[in-house]
Design a protein around this ligand. Sequence first.
Ligand SMILES: [Zn+2]
Length: 498
Amino acid sequence: MITSASSLLDLADPTDVDALREALADQDPRRQLTPLGLRRLVVASDASTRVVPELSDLLAARGVQLAGARVVLLVDDVAIQRAGRDLKDDVEAALRAAVGATGAVTRYVVRDEHGDHAVGPLHADETALSAAARAVTGADAVVSVGGGTITDIGKVATSRTGNAPLVVVQTAASVDGFTDDVSVVLASGVKKTIPSRWPDVVLGDLETVAGAPPQMAAAGYGELLSMFTAPADWYLAALTGLDETFHRAPVDLLAVVGRGLAEWSPGVVRGEPEAFEALTRALDVRGIATGVSGGTAVLSGVEHLVSHVLDMHHAALAQPIGLHGAQVGVASVVAAAAWELLFERLAEVGGARAAARLHVDPEAALQRCRDAFGHLDDDGALAAECGRRYELKQAELATRRQRLVAVLERWDEHAEVLRSLVRPSAELREGLRAAGVAATFADLVPSVDAGLARWAVASCHLMRERLVVVDLLDALGWWTPAEVERCLSALEPQEAAL
Ligand SMILES: [Zn+2]
């Protein structure tokens, strides 16, 4: 089930999309991966100045000339500076010169139509998505300039309206959603990931990334850490049969991304250009790993669930939502500690004896979600939605009980693979500290106090149908308040524990 993918590990530059496509094909003889639809990825200090030649090539491949074309420039209302100039103005001017008098460039600003900034900046909700879709209808090409949200909106808007050629100018290194074929949207107050499309070209402009608010890159570093925990959750889900999509190639691609991380990451907060470049490349290649894997599970496990629970809490109370990557970084330490707990307990008890402890109860699922999330709203809608999804997972686990027992009976061989997919919690914790980014729940903005952190970690697996290590710990009776506390204590340096 798990074999080495050497040609991926040998890739000198994983942002060379053509070479990457070939290496992925090599490792995927049965064509299980989603084909990589991204044509070009440029990560360079002057990448945004390449919009015109890249767009021209893209249109030429479709037999369309850029001169005379109708181009929509999709942006939000946040000012973005590049080397002291307005980046959006510069991109618009370059496009106008290129399309000439017979063409047209329309700048469309996606705004938060609710005029309510209490829950943070622009969100990709249905109002924003449909407005953007109307704006790009009939365009020969679309260029988006901005961060993760505007990119996600551009991908959805064009996918709904005939997939016009799409060039993305990436201006921040905070998330990895620029280079994949899905979008994070807000539906009924809850963030979810939906299929959208690959951008044709992504231009990661390092000059702009370096000038973005420092908390963006700090969050980007936190986001990276999920690659040291989530692949193990993904593999566990494959073992139990709840998600059969596990594939070695995206995991090997992540191993390439992880090279040298400890050396360059302290430079992120110091604002070193090499660190911004390494971070932007790493996030962009992670996006590709997500896209080709056919889902988000490769990079989204316990650490993401904890972040989503915090978002749900903040949104329900109309409080500002924290930066996703920063939350993921802190929670990844807890996720790694949950794996350590499982490895330790199963080594003590033995898989076969542990199997006798298995307890899965789909009938209790909804009530457990009501207990965990019922306080968040008046009508219990959030608890009901989570309950529906958690119940599905519990029912699937109950159906596959024999398979789960078989996994536990051969635990030693599975543990070896799983251990190779997760890094020690202490290493992740020290990585956050060395990088100078949020390293505890209290460090997050808004700050998450001990009670809220405890609740988010304890309840994370109740939120969705995705199987994670906490589901297995819980089924084995090893997710009591004491065990949650133990995993949270992994965030404290050892000296402090003495
Ligand atoms: Zn993420």
